[in-house]
Design a protein around this ligand. Sequence first.
Ligand code: XMP
Length: 535
Amino acid sequence: KILILDFGSQVTQLIARRVREAHVFCEVHPCDVSDEWVREYAADGQLKGIILSGSHASVYEETTDKAPQAVFELGIPVLGICYGMQTMAHQLGGKVEGGHKREFGFAAVRARGHTKLLEGIQDFATPEGHGMLEVWMSHGDKVTELPPGFKLMASTDSCPIAGMADEDRGFYAVQFHPEVTHTKQGAALLERFVLGICQTRPDWIMGDYISEAVTKIREQVGDEEVILGLSGGVDSSVAAALIHRAIGDQLTCVFVDHGLLRLNEGDMVMDMFAGKLHAKVIRVDASDLFLGQLAGVSEPEAKRKIIGGLFVDVFKSEAAKLKAGNASSKGATFLAQGTIYPDVIESGGAKSKKAVTIKSHHNVGGLPEQLGLKLLEPLRELFKDEVRELGVALGLPPEMVYRHPFPGPGLGVRILGEVKKDYADLLRRADAIFIEELRNFRDEASGKTWYDLTSQAFTVFLPVKSVGVMGDGRTYDYVVALRAVQTSDFMTADWAELPYALLKKVSSRIINEVRGINRVTYDVSSKPPATIEWE
Ligand code: XMP
């Protein structure tokens, strides 16, 4: 296994991810673990290498964080990245200097000498035959003097010591970030370190993640009980399936049906979790409550607040009922959530605090404190695509796991203005047709369906009427808009250039099959300045 010591960089989990991609088991621990802890961790002989992550700070000024000295005394390879390189240099007798202009962005690195780490790994060669790498740099301080025993491994114009190595001891360090995808050869370099230099065996698979996670969940939960809000979305579904695998009936899922779900969604969720997985699921039909409170409210933020607030109320009252209704149990002491790594970064970053609220997101933040529950978040270290892979490995159907995201307030933000049951019913049927046809139509060049070629697609209900003609009669009915976007991060998005044949089929089916809608439009706005959802 590989140990990653975290010095606080936002991209530390990316190192873990790259190691997992090389099929090697790894764990991330904070950098301030003790020498004894490190020795103990290595005692069974399984630890084959250590990676020191980057940080936001510099070695001299903002932090005094160091790697436990034992790291350099175990006789196993160590790779320092960015700050990890600086602390390695500092702790082993080299020199690090601050006060330089911060270097941020792409840089061309020239490999120096021959090292096992960089041998044969390059993006291109100079006419003189030097191997060159295009890398991502982000640092202020730099190493200005090699520690004794080290040789120069790489340099850039502005950073003469951009990499160093003491191959006898298996110590390597790079100033750039191999874990980010901007560094094209980064994955190859990390793979070289863990497989070639640390000599680990590439035998770790997602299936192993399940058994490791199951063991951890059992240890954490013991014989206590866990409650989880199941939404039908990917993250909460995968978390539920994983926790259920670990503790069976100690888990109770609460599925709040707010009446703003997609067509047949509630039944599908119940069928999967209660039917196939035999998990304990309480389905709360709260649609009258939600629609009642939403009556007469048309301002988007007000609608979002009502839906989010009611969700918390319903969930709390179910948790209380669970406690009261079961004399033999103390009730749940854990609240499980499908928090994934990008959520962790987003809520921890200063960015989200400063950002203006464009839309108040529906989530259950603050709920654990209000309920007096401990948190169980087994997906905290995983990225979205890893969560999906895990879901499939747990036996969830790929259609569920590879679904487009669906916002917490559901159709509540896809019916413009006041939400009414009739509107929701019309929208559900129109949307199901759109999604069905996206799944039917394939792009010939890639062989993929248009559902897979878009990141998110849905239908929006516009509460305005327009005139149409059907047979010999005049119609005066509602309008829907189709929305389909392509994006990698949902922060910016382009509208999808869906084939006309697909749009034509969807439009004609909706108008013919959904009585009450006589006009279909296509939304051709990018984000920004528009957002993906209409409210
Ligand atoms: P916007 O409309 O802001 O949406 O461009 C970006 C992404 O966020 C989703 N979204 C939400 N997801 N709760 C969620 O869980 C919410 O309240 C919420 N509002 C928007 C939206 O569907 C898109 O994927």
